[in-house]
Write a protein that binds this ligand. Structure first.
Ligand SMILES: NC(=O)c1ccc[n+]([C@@H]2O[C@H](COP(=O)([O-])OP(=O)(O)OC[C@H]3O[C@@H](n4cnc5c(N)ncnc54)[C@H](OP(=O)(O)O)[C@@H]3O)[C@@H](O)[C@H]2O)c1
Length: 278
């Protein structure tokens, strides 16, 4: 039987490209998406490269109990599950004072609790087989805080800590856990995948001009955003690795930023940051 992988959020961006990459490498891929009607791009691309037989689209909204239960049912009947790529996610944005608590909760439902539920469904089969890789798509936002992005940053920081725990728990059972930490890449997360709280967009917000500066800074950098295929290829490499590491930072300037944050004092770091942004 073929090696099997599950990829969440496979309707676009990293998820779609990872499904293709894994299929090309011989995996049978369950491409999970909350709205299977969005699967046409994946199907078209899979047909074009001759891997459509190796990809099966699966309905999965990581925030819906019924959807998770159906997924659990499917996984229970799998004799093997080699790789889980926890990729589904979006970026909640805005300024803390203006973000309703409900928006923080919704952010965590997808990026944290949904991911935990999907993982819990997959652990029994991986543990029983004493084999499996769980690859969690985090972000540089899981290591560094950015103003105007606290729901997202908090969710990815939570994911980082949770993944460390899971890695230590599952290593004795032969299950590997890794984190991919991309910088900025050209996907839908910057358009449909970014949900800015209403108030921070209004001209009478005390944070409006700060928000505009952040936006301009983002736009200035847009042309240098990375090619998401590089992330998909890295995920496929981790899926194949014998002993994968815990963390895989990727993207322009990511390693430098992480190194600087580690060596600079917080005061120095914040001066550089705010000089650029305020
Ligand atoms: N692009 C970057 O620069 C970047 C950098 C660092 C980390 N990341 C991370 O990479 C991951 C993938 O994002 P992307 O950049 O590829 O953006 P994307 O193109 O917007 O893809 C996000 C995917 O997640 C899915 N999704 C959102 N909420 C979901 C839910 N409740 N249940 C199931 N699926 C859900 C989306 O489905 P729909 O199509 O139905 O909306 C879509 O398939 C995310 O975890 C993101 O945080 C991205």
């Amino acid at each position: 039987m073929k090696e099997t992988a599950v990829v969440t959020g496979a309707s676009s961006g990293f998820g779609l490209l990872t499904a293709l990459e894994l299929a090309q490498q011989g995996f049978y891929v369950f491409a999970a998406m909350r709205n299977p009607e969005k699967g046409s791009e994946l199907v078209r691309k899979a047909e074009a490269i001759g891997v459509s037989e190796q990809i099966e689209i699966l309905q999965l909204d990581v925030t819906k109990e019924e959807s998770i239960d159906n997924f659990k049912g499917l996984v229970q009947h799998m004799s093997r599950l080699d790789v889980l790529v926890n990729n589904a996610g979006y970026a909640g944005a805005g300024f803390v004072e203006e973000i309703p608590l409900s928006e923080y909760r919704t952010q965590f439902e997808t990026n944290v609790f949904g991911l935990i539920a999907v993982t819990q469904a997959c652990l029994p089969v991986m543990r029983a087989n004493r084999k499996g890789k769980i690859i969690n798509v985090s972000s540089i936002s899981g290591k560094i805080g950015f103003p105007g992005l606290s729901p997202y940053v908090a969710s990815k920081h939570a994911l980082e800590g949770w993944s460390e725990c899971l890695r230590l728990e599952m290593k004795p059972f032969g299950v590997e856990v890794s984190l991919v930490e991309p910088g900025s890449f050209k996907t839908n997360i910057w358009s449909t995948g970014k949900q800015i709280t209403e108030k921070s967009l209004q001209v009478d917000s005390p944070y409006y001009s700060y928000m505009q500066k952040l936006d301009n800074e983002l736009k200035r950098g847009e042309s240098s955003y990375g090619d998401p295929t590089d992330v998909a290829k890295m995920i496929a490499e981790i899926a194949r690795a014998k002993e994968p590491s815990l963390r895989y930072p990727i993207g322009k300037g990511v390693r430098t930023s992480l190194a600087l944050k580690n060596v600079l004092s917080w005061k120095r770091w914040e001066r550089i940051f705010l000089k650029k942004l305020t």
